[in-house]
Design a protein around this ligand. Structure first.
Ligand code: GDP
Length: 444
């Protein structure tokens, strides 16, 4: 999970501070020392760290925070705000052209996720704006690159303009843009060649493509897992190309945080999107404030809610709420719910976006096995329609039948039915306005 170590260390530093009845300047310095080490260990650029620490310290001392009420809380607030500022303050939307097509050029090193991300972006534009994007395949060095783009494009039903590998990329782009104009595509996404590292020939080619296409966006795709290398790559591309933004991929992986926290400050270019998985829907707008909260382990409820809304069928949600109120939630609804939750991604990741959860010791042992979910589903699938609608009829002999049908031990069937009963009770409480259970769950 991304940022795990950083979050833990920042939280430890803050917790120590919170425990003190008063906070002296020496305490503040000690906390800042811990924060500095945590950031350096997370591979954040040393100059970014230095500026960050200085800024927090100056603000905390300047605002007389130490003499005021709740100095520790004020410092946490300042740290949160400064983390946000370091990453760019606000989400920066895509540049759009006044006349169609809006031209987006994708650049990046091989393996950063350029082609995958081009696909994700096209799908996002289709879904959110009803757009008709087109790809141009301008990586002529690897035949496999064009095949890969074709495959991605097919999966999201977006056309590809390509002339194989024997034509000059600049010429391909010229002809591709002509075709997009004729066919009234509103976005063109140019997939360019990647190399293992920055080289002059590649840069010249990208500059030539850019001079011809005059893109509205030149988005650099970098792999968050590579930490400071991602930052150096961004700096290198930015020297030659007028980048308009960065897309950080693989934030679902085990990244320490260095890239996310350094790129904006080092290159001056905003992170516009983040890739958080291999699926075509795993691309999110980058919100610096939400990312700061996530890094501080304060959760990212907004993204979680958006994810839920995006993946959630509203009619279905409405029906479920009614059923919860009427206490008629049955195993059919339960199956629907499980499928909805599974669509949102690995359960551990979803849970960690809940405030206080990322660093909750209980989470250390949470390892929600997708197989467990499948076992539960198998038991429900073994029920007759009547049993699903009315779980009360599940007597011991029926339970034995379910165990046989699902190929699971009888104790597991019993446990699942018991848990279902408890969940139903809790749902009734929550939906009838008794929120105590929920508040306790959230640590409130
Ligand atoms: P390219 O060489 O830059 O075009 O990179 P690709 O698009 O081929 O991606 C390289 C690998 O990274 C592929 O296996 C992708 O599935 C994977 N990938 C891309 N973006 C993400 C992401 O956000 N999260 C994860 N987990 N994998 C990603």
């Amino acid at each position: 999970m991304a940022f795990e170590g950083l979050t833990e260390r920042l939280q430890n530093a803050m917790t120590k501070l919170r425990r003190k009845p008063t906070v002296s300047e020496a305490d503040l310095r000690e906390t800042m020392r811990e924060i500095r080490l945590a950031l350096l260990e997370a591979d954040v650029n040393f100059k970014v760290v230095k500026d960050f620490v200085k800024q927090v310290q100056t603000r905390a001392i300047g605002a007389d925070v130490l003499k005021g009420l709740n100095p520790a809380q004020q410092i946490v607030k300042i740290v949160n705000e400064e983390l946000t500022t370091t990453m760019g303050t606000e989400a920066v939307p895509l540049n759009k052209s006044e006349k169609i097509p809006t031209i987006i050029m994708m650049a990046g090193l091989q393996g950063a996720g350029k082609t995958t991300t081009a696909g994700k972006l096209a799908l996002k534009l289709k879904n959110e704006e009803n757009a008709r994007p087109m790809f141009i395949a301008a990586d002529v060095y690897r035949p496999a690159a064009i095949d890969q783009l074709e495959q991605v494009a097919k999966s999201i039903d977006v056309p590809v303009f390509q002339l194989g590998t024997d034509v000059d990329p600049v010429e391909i782009v010229r002809q591709g843009l002509e075709q997009a104009q004729e066919q009234h595509n509103d976005y063109v996404i140019i997939d360019t060649a990647g190399r293992l590292q920055i080289d002059e020939k590649l840069m010249d080619e990208l500059v030539n493509i850019s001079n011809l296409a005059k893109p509205d966006e030149i988005l650099l795709v970098v792999d968050a897992m590579t930490g400071q290398n991602a930052v150096e790559t961004a700096d290198g591309f930015n020297d030659k190309l007028e980048l308009t933004g960065v897309i950080l991929t693989k934030l679902d992986g085990d990244t320490r945080g260095g890239a996310a926290l350094s790129i904006r400050a080092v290159t001056g270019k905003p992170i516009k999107f983040v890739g958080q998985g291999e699926k075509m829907t795993d691309l999110d707008v980058f919100h610096p404030d939400r990312m700061a909260s996530r890094i501080l382990g304060m959760g990212d409820m907004l993204t979680l809610i958006e994810k839920a809304q995006q993946d959630y069928d509203e009619d279905q949600a409405q029906k479920t709420m009614e059923k919860m109120r009427e206490n008629s939630f049955d195993f059919n609804d339960f199956l629907d719910q499980m499928e909805q939750v599974q669509k949102m991604g690995p359960l551990e990741d979803v849970m960690k976006m809940i405030p206080g959860m990322a660093n909750n010791p209980a989470m250390k042992n949470v390892n929600v096995n997708p197989k467990d979910m499948d076992h539960i589903k198998a038991i429900v699938y073994s029920m007759t329609p009547a049993e699903r609608e009315n779980p009360d009829v599940l007597n011991p002999s029926r339970r034995r039948r379910l165990a046989g049908g699902a190929g699971r031990p009888i104790v597991e069937v019993n446990r699942m039915i018991k848990q279902f009963g408890e969940m139903k009770k809790m749902m009734k409480q929550v939906s009838s306005g008794n929120m105590n259970g929920m508040e306790q769950m959230m640590g409130g």
